[in-house]
Design a protein around this ligand. Structure first.
Ligand SMILES: Cc1ncc(COP(=O)(O)O)c(C=O)c1O
Length: 409
């Protein structure tokens, strides 16, 4: 009997009959790999030679001084190859695909980070690759689309529904149902049917394992609180998992978008707007209406703009082990600006959500407290969104000239 991956009442695998055998094979291969010490060795070896593991822990000295409270440390997942924690998951799944003997990978992407990471992994391992991306996200993240195509991936803009991440996931599942013999779906976050929440969290746990050791080496004690942004939940699961058994408070930060009362946000666990349901093959909190139709979501950060959330995190909220908060677009842009100026770091808009909450709480803690933030990715990809938010005149002129150049070409 194969375990169907429940976390309290959340999780499971609600699958069309046609995909059951494919999932059974995946569960079995994943369990085998997990029980084989050489698999984790191969994984850490490739992450240390092809990506940048262990990623460093940076003491944010200037921010610490600025807020005058807890000592702030930043786990630098932005230094991974392809610029985000997504690399941890895709390289792990890539190694599994090799074990399963499949030759093609597909993926959904929101911010483009996961798509870019999957296309990179496919190039490295020699797999064919198709990426599904909502048309709205294609517009928001054009540079990532450019690179995915250069890496040899076919990028398919999804014009169904609200044309964002959830629609891309639906299309990826449709593809998988037709091509499961040779294709693996590299799901990008700790959501979806079992075994994805467990499997993605397993690969991302490398973040927490490293961070725990690094902070103990550096400070000789554990942090008081650990903060991570929450889209689907994979970077949060990654860093939190290093501290589940410790007396450390874990804080997940969701996207409050244009404000919790605006109806334009993506808070599933930090507000009362979401309810429990089954969609996309698993049971969790979804932003849905009374008929179970998915609501529109909004965030300045494409990677947090999702209706569902990891079933593992839903369960951790119910048990009270993780506290959930939310940051608005405006707060995020301000926190990003401060971090750039004070530390010379450019976090992704997604990661900047965690910084917002830290900036609210650091001054209320003592100088003996330690705060750890997961900087899940780097912000280069956000240049268009951020430049718009700052209404940067030089940038606006540059874009105008580019557009005119195209018209005259
Ligand atoms: C940099 C970055 N951080 C965070 C996320 C959110 O995903 P998750 O909650 O799975 O970590 C994304 C998603 O694309 C991302 O690109």
């Amino acid at each position: 009997m194969i375990d169907r991956g429940y976390y309290g009442e959340f999780g499971g695998a609600f699958l069309p009959e046609i995909l059951v055998a494919t999932f059974d094979e995946l569960v079995e291969e994943f369990q085998k790999a997990k029980n084989d010490p050489s698999f984790w060795e191969e994984y850490t070896e490739i992450m240390s030679t092809y990506s940048c593991r262990p990623t460093p822990l940076t003491f944010a000295e200037n921010l610490t001084k600025h807020f005058g409270g807890a000592r702030i440390y930043i786990k630098r997942e932005d230094l991974n190859h392809t610029g985000a924690h997504k690399a941890n998951n895709v390289m792990g799944q890539g190694l599994l695909v090799k074990r399963m003997g499949k030759t093609r990978v597909i993926a959904e992407t929101g911010a483009g980070q996961h798509g870019g990471a999957t296309a990179t992994m496919a190039a490295k391992f020699g797999f064919k690759c198709t990426i599904y991306m909502g048309e709205v996200d294609v517009e928001r993240q054009r540079p990532n689309v450019f690179w995915m195509e250069r890496l040899g991936a076919e990028v398919i803009p999804v014009r169904e529904g609200t044309r964002i991440l959830k629609d891309a996931i639906n299309e990826a599942f449709r593809d998988w149902v037709t091509n499961m013999d040779n294709t693996h779906y590299v799901l990008g976050t700790a959501c979806g049917p079992h075994p994805f929440p467990e499997m993605v969290s397993y690969f991302q746990s490398i973040i927490g394992t490293e961070a725990r050791k690094q902070i103990l080496d550096r400070e000789g004690r554990l942090p008081t609180r650990v903060y991570a942004c929450v889209g689907g939940g994979s970077n949060a699961m990654g860093i939190f998992s290093g501290f589940f058994d410790d007396p450390v408070e874990l804080v997940g930060v969701e996207a409050a978008g244009r404000g919790l009362n605006s109806g334009q946000h993506a808070t599933r666990l930090s507000s009362k707007d979401a309810s429990i349901g089954v969609a996309q093959g698993y049971k969790t909190y979804f932003l849905q209406d009374q008929d179970g139709q998915m609501k529109e979501t909004h965030s300045v950060a494409a990677g947090l703009d999702y209706v569902g959330v990891s079933p593992i995190l839903s369960n951790l909220r119910e048990s009270g082990r993780v506290r959930f908060e939310a940051a608005t677009d405006r707060e995020v842009v301000d926190a990003l600006s401060l971090t750039i100026k004070k530390e010379g770091l450019i976090p992704a808009l997604e990661s900047a959500h965690a910084f917002v909450q830290v900036f609210k709480e650091a001054p209320t803690l003592s100088k003996d407290d330690i705060i750890l933030i997961n900087q899940s990715g780097r912000g280069d990809k956000d240049i268009f969104t951020v430049a718009d938010a700052f209404a940067d005149p030089g940038w606006q002129e540059f874009i105008k000239k580019k557009a005119e150049g195209y018209r005259h070409a």
